[in-house]
Write a new protein. Structure first.
Length: 77
């Protein structure tokens, strides 16, 4: 993952980032375990890809909002 969960701006980003990190660590553990089936590893890789897509799509949408004039400041008033 490119960004640290603690540096992210929203709860959504922190939670999805945390899930990606946890599943990536689990994937590394599974790859080192010869008793795990290839389908389990592939399923976990697909989960990570799905979470990464959710994370990326959220950021693409939010980047426009965050750069917009007044962005978040108007919501907190």
């Amino acid at each position: 993952m490119a960004t640290e969960p603690s540096q992210l701006a929203s709860e959504y980003e922190r939670n999805v980032g945390k899930l990606i990190e946890e599943k990536s660590l689990k994937l590394e553990q599974l790859k080192n375990n010869q008793e795990i089936s290839l389908t389990d590893i592939q399923r976990l890789q697909e989960e990570i890809e799905s979470l990464q897509s959710l994370f990326d799509n959220y950021n693409l949408g939010m980047n426009y909002f965050r750069r917009a004039r007044g962005g978040r400041s108007g919501l907190r008033e």
